[in-house]
Design a protein around this ligand. Structure first.
Ligand SMILES: C[S@@+](CC[C@H](N)C(=O)[O-])C[C@H]1O[C@@H](n2cnc3c(N)ncnc32)[C@H](O)[C@@H]1O
Length: 240
């Protein structure tokens, strides 16, 4: 049975990401939050997944809201300091603003067409306070080409068998991940994850049409300028 992305991958996500250094990632986001001139009063994490970053950052910030469209991912968020909201990032349900908004780990690449990506930036603009800042990373083509082979893997975690096949289609610039999952009761499901690998300049073009501007664009995990040859770029947006 074909299922919605992350409905079932949520059960093996912590295993798939076991080698990711979330402490380093959270510290980097914390450093980026200092681009604000004052301490943020409230924070929104978009596409928070199972809340690994929230576990680390909710201690440092008050009024921390985590949002993701996968209820099963949200259920695994263990931090009790943050509010959790199940929502699509392309239709944010907030009627107040946040001082600091962020998203990690290629989540934005799950928006697979330019119109939706444009809507997403407009949605964030509506939720960002006057002097707030929004930071997110994106995976670029070099990253897809470099890691596609590593993402072909299989294993077993908590009695759940899985196999992941990954391929990058250079023509439509979609990075596909196919997950076949067999639960311990024999139930088999499949998820197909599609991520759009936009051109580096697409982000600048789309952001230009919003009330936001690109204040910084770093090579991810660093503070030097990203280029179209970077593997991952970290955007920092502010209000015009
Ligand atoms: C690669 S995971 C990253 C999760 C987390 N940020 C991390 O660093 O581990 C991508 C996340 O994006 C979420 N996601 C994908 N499309 C979404 C959408 N349209 N709205 C909200 N969340 C979405 C998925 O449910 C998943 O939790």
């Amino acid at each position: 049975m074909l299922e919605k992305p992350y409905k079932n991958v949520s059960f093996i996500y912590s295993h798939l990401m076991r080698s990711i250094d979330y402490v380093k990632w959270a510290n980097y986001i914390f450093e980026l939050s200092k681009e604000l001139k004052r301490k943020p009063k409230n924070i929104l994490e978009i596409a928070c997944g199972n809340g690994k970053i929230a576990e680390l950052l909710a201690k440092k910030f008050k009024n921390y809201t985590s949002c993701d469209y996968s209820l099963n991912m949200l259920k695994q968020v263990s931090s009790k300091r943050n509010s959790r909201v199940c929502a699509d990032m392309a239709a944010l349900p907030f009627n107040f603003t946040f001082d600091f908004i962020f998203s990690t780990f290629d989540s934005i690449n799950y928006i697979t067409n330019r119109t939706s990506l444009q809507n997403f930036f407009n949605e964030v603009a509506k939720c960002l306070s006057e002097d707030g800042s929004f930071t997110f990373d994106v995976s670029l083509e070099k990253n897809s080409l470099k890691y596609v082979r590593y993402l072909n893997r299989s294993g077993k975690f908590n009695g759940i068998k899985f196999s992941q096949k990954s391929n990058y289609n250079k023509k439509n610039r979609i990075h596909y991940n196919y997950f076949d999952i067999t639960f311990s009761n024999g139930t088999k499901v499949q998820e197909i994850h599609k991520q759009k690998i936009y051109h580096f300049n697409d982000y600048f073009d789309l952001i230009e049409n919003t009330s936001l501007y690109v204040s910084k664009c770093y090579d991810a995990f660093a503070f030097k300028q990203a280029t179209s040859d970077s593997e991952r770029a970290q955007f920092v947006l502010k209000r015009k």
